[in-house]
Design a protein around this ligand. Structure first.
Ligand SMILES: N[C@@H](CCC(=O)N[C@@H](CS)C(=O)NCC(=O)O)C(=O)O
Length: 225
């Protein structure tokens, strides 16, 4: 492991980490990747997690990000850190109104991700996933208006999280979500064409990786973009 680079850790699935890898690719930040496979579950809980707590990670969890003395968890906090350190324009504007809007968006996209993901762990009924996105997507797309990205015509860190958040729904509906919401399809294309991310998505390991944790998820699979 190269100690001069930051380290990203997670299970060996897409889960909550693919979005971070997209942002790192877009920003051109090089990093060490630590993946815990199924056999790594006890290792994480019994060894690594307590060790990280002892070494100064306040709330050890997966994903985590370590950059020297900075040791953080919570996916959206990691997105924020990577933006703040290496590409602050991804934070959006710095005035109070814009910053509050960005914070609001954190919770909105977190809620979206949770609402579409939980049903994938609870049953094999895809219609529950469809119900969830039909409930949540219209307001997000209204918020986006005619912009290319969530908050304007340039991306913020939220876009990398949100882009991944609907990929499993696209997979489970075999693309029907894009017929239902053509604006989401346009957004998907705008994201896919971002320099750095475009090249990453063409060959990345996410194309073959499972979206969710096996064997716990009742709906699971892998897909390209
Ligand atoms: N709120 C956290 C949730 C993190 C979380 O639930 N991580 C799951 C995988 S998706 C996990 O297995 N964490 C390891 C643990 O609980 O020790 C985030 O958004 O990052």
């Amino acid at each position: 492991m190269d100690k001069t680079k930051p380290t990203l850790g997670y299970w060996a699935i897409r889960g909550l980490v693919a979005n971070l890898k997209y942002q790192l690719a877009y920003q051109g930040v090089d990093y060490n990747l630590i993946q815990y496979g199924k056999e790594g579950v006890p290792q994480w809980h019994e060894e690594v997690k307590p060790k990280m707590k002892g070494e100064g990670m306040d709330f050890p969890n997966l994903p985590y990000f370590i950059d020297g003395d900075v040791k953080i968890s919570e996916t959206l906090a990691i997105h924020h850190y990577i933006a703040a350190k290496w590409k602050p324009e991804l934070l959006g504007g710095s005035d109070p109104a814009t910053q509050s809007k960005m914070k609001m968006l954190d919770f909105i996209i977190y809620d979206f991700k949770m609402k579409v993901t939980m049903p994938q762990y609870q049953s094999d009924d895809k219609s529950k996933v469809v119900e969830a996105y039909q409930q949540k997507l219209p307001n997000i797309l209204d918020f986006m208006g005619d912009h290319k990205f969530l908050t304007g015509d340039t991306p913020t860190y939220h876009d990398f999280y949100f882009f991944e958040a609907f990929q499993s729904s696209a997979f489970l509906t075999e693309g029907k979500i894009y017929e239902e919401y053509p604006k989401l399809k346009q957004y998907h294309d705008n994201m896919k064409n971002l320099p750095g991310l475009k090249e990453y998505l063409e060959t990345c390991e996410e194309r073959e990786m499972m979206f969710n944790g096996a064997p716990y998820a009742k709906l699971n699979g892998s897909a390209g973009f």
